[in-house]
Design a protein around this ligand. Structure first.
Ligand code: PMP
Ligand code: GLN
Length: 385
């Protein structure tokens, strides 16, 4: 048989599936794959359930149902003073993942370079490469993951078509600062490039740090595609409802990519999320406080076990350095062993890099109930004591 598409045939299974599988196999507490262990608002689920029974159950409009696009338009205006016309500037997708795929397919053509900031979420690169683009990783350095002008100057060139900017950033927990956003904006203008802004953790920032979309900066609305996910906002990660927002000139092509990837997203789920955006703001506004307390609890306990925590300004995730535990293998080996022997699963940070870093960093998800985190900590204490 002729070879299949090497972009995908050469890939392994994602680290999230691998570690979740291993956690189940060993009865480990899963602090690997990022998903909350309590479901979002009951009324959101009830709205979707009623819609499943009562309908409509046939194809919704390709860009998404009107009430959801209208609610998203109101959300962007309310939180960021960003104005998107729901008719032409918002497309509802099957999760942030499809939103990213549609955005990359719309923007990138063969030979275009796309800048990524590593550690980078794992779904960007394969899609960039599948459409013939070239990923240009910029490696941010732990522990504070600061982006410098030199890094950007070394990455941008005449072939740069786009940047993928994930802020708040998975797995680093970093929120890009105003200075960093300003530097990125300058480069986008200078090199006439587009930003695909993965903002799925927009409402999960801590310590009073605010999420500022790059699109809010002068001149940037026209250059930014803003990707969001209801899974993160309403703790319904299995629903896979996401969206892209951007200037009509960009969004018309994003919509054409979306129409041939999934065409639509289940109506009932869209109705549920529209209800949530209109009526359940309190839910997502209070989630960050709960998760911040979880972060603080986990960071303090991990530190005492010898898993040195790094700062986390946003997202579900805390990164920890295991080098003081005297383990000689890789981060992947450490995570496997911790899952099998300590009974707690985490994600090795090497999964987010295009080349070996030799770092000893692993990622813990803290979007869990407190008693689950307590049990995980107790297991780690027993094993590493
Ligand atoms: N981007 C980032 C940074 C993520 O962490 C995730 C998933 N957790 C996604 C995109 C995908 O979102 P969704 O589950 O809505 O597809
Ligand atoms: N985004 C989630 C994480 O980082 C995982 C999503 C997935 O499993 N594809 O853990």
């Amino acid at each position: 048989m002729k070879p299949l598409n090497p972009t995908f045939s050469s890939l392994g299974t994602t680290i999230f599936s691998v570690m979740s599988g291993l956690a189940v196999q060993h009865g480990a507490i899963n602090l690997g794959q990022g998903f909350p262990d309590t479901d979002g608002p009951l009324e959101v689920r009830e709205r979707a359930a009623r819609a499943l029974v009562e309908g409509p159950n046939q194809y919704p409009p390709m860009p998404g149902i009107e009430p959801l696009r209208q609610a998203l338009s109101a959300h962007a205006r309310k939180f960021y003073d960003l104005s998107y016309d729901w008719r032409t500037e918002i497309v509802v997708t099957s999760g942030g993942t499809e939103a990213l795929t549609a955005s990359i397919m719309a923007v990138v053509k063969p030979g275009d370079e796309v800048i990524l900031f590593e550690p980078a979420y794992d779904c960007y690169r394969p899609v960039i490469e599948a459409v013939g683009g070239i990923a240009r990783p910029v490696r941010l350095q732990a522990p504070d993951w600061t982006l410098t002008a030199d890094m950007l100057a070394g990455a941008f060139n005449a072939r740069t078509k786009a940047v993928i900017l994930n802020s708040p950033m998975n797995p680093a927990g970093k929120v890009f600062s105003d200075v960093e956003l300003g530097m990125i904006a300058d480069h986008l203008e200078r090199f006439d490039a587009i930003a695909i802004c993965d903002e799925v953790y927009e409402h999960l920032t801590y310590d009073g740090i605010a999420h500022r979309p790059l699109a809010t900066r002068p001149g940037m609305r026209a250059r930014c595609l803003r990707v969001g996910s209801a899974g993160k906002i309403f703790s319904l990660t299995g629903w896979k409802v996401g969206w892209v927002e951007g200037d009509a000139a960009l969004m018309s092509t994003v919509a054409k990519a979306h129409q041939f990837i999934t065409f639509t997203t289940p109506t009932a789920l869209q109705l549920g999320i529209a209800h949530g955006l209109e009526h359940c703001e309190r839910y997502f506004m209070s989630l960050a406080a709960e998760f911040q307390a979880n972060r603080d609890y986990l960071a303090a306990k991990l530190g005492r076990i010898g898993l040195r925590p790094l700062a986390a300004q946003g997202t579900y995730f805390l990164t920890a350095d295991f080098s003081s535990l005297g383990f000689n293998g890789t981060d992947v080996e450490f995570c496997r062993q911790m899952t099998e022997r300590a009974g707690v699963a985490a994600i090795p940070l090497s999964a987010f890099y295009s080349a070996d870093t030799g770092q000893k960093l692993i990622r813990f998800a803290f979007c869990k109930q407190r008693h689950v985190l307590e049990e995980a900590v107790a297991r780690l204490q027993r094993h590493y004591a």
